[in-house]
Design a protein around this ligand. Structure first.
Ligand code: SAH
Ligand code: MG
Length: 207
């Protein structure tokens, strides 16, 4: 089993968009998950992967880490978070897969974390195993974010956790879809809130 502190050290130097306080909260929420099939949508260079992966090794769980690794619309050239060092000169596209692989290897999590490389909407219909934990942090545009929720949340078992990133109640802090999805999940009565740290919100399926 990997020592979480050494995994968090790797996380500290990994590129990404999750402040450490939210990463540690991700680890803590995940520690309360029961069951051994976990999945994240949106891995980028593997920061969230490590916080979830550290909890997964302790739980004896397997974490499926899904991304096509070419970046969301809001990460492309011309947008504030564009990172030219992640462009593959062979084809001019973003490619975070090599960084993600290095991150997971450096943290010693290759036995715990399995990469699913492809589009979420293509993989989802083929993934039949019930999920005990789902972390949603893929594309945040209206169509993509809602599709991810509708494709993946139904696979979460009763008592399982859905963790949503970038949920901002105040429109000045960030885009709407994750917050609207969070409100919808609670209004549906299918989920109860299990706490929040920063923009990370935890839900538990109750039916
Ligand atoms: N959780 C990461 C950040 C993820 S950023 C961290 O902690 O740093 C969002 C990611 O979602 C990007 O890497 C992008 O490639 C991925 N993504 C966006 N739309 C996707 C889709 N339809 N299928 C698979 N991955 C997608
Ligand atoms: Mg995010």
């Amino acid at each position: 089993m990997r020592n979480p502190a050494s995994v968090f050290d790797v996380a500290r130097r990994t590129k990404g968009f999750m402040p450490m306080v939210e990463g540690l909260a991700l680890f803590e929420f995940a520690r309360h998950a029961r069951g051994t099939t976990w999945l994240e949508v949106g891995a980028w260079c593997g920061k969230s992967t490590l916080y979830l992966g550290a909890a997964a090794t302790r739980a004896g769980a397997t974490l499926f880490s899904l991304d096509h690794h070419h970046g969301s619309e809001e990460l492309q050239e011309g947008w504030p978070h564009f990172d030219p060092t992640l462009v593959d000169p062979a084809d001019g596209r973003l490619n975070t897969l090599p960084s993600w692989q290095r991150t997971v290897a450096d943290a010693g999590l290759e036995e715990t974390v399995i990469g699913l490389v492809g589009r979420s909407e293509v993989i989802a219909p083929h993934f039949a195993t019930p999920l005990n934990l789902l972390f949603l942090d893929g594309g945040h545009g209206d169509v993509v974010a809602w599709r991810d929720f509708r494709d993946w949340a139904p696979k979460v078992v009763v008592g399982g956790l859905v963790l949503l990133h970038d949920v901002f109640a105040n429109p000045e802090d960030g885009g709407r879809p994750p917050y609207e999805i969070y409100c919808h999940a609670l209004d549906s009565g299918d989920f109860v809130a299990r706490g929040a740290v920063g923009s990370l919100h935890a839900l538990e399926r109750r039916r």
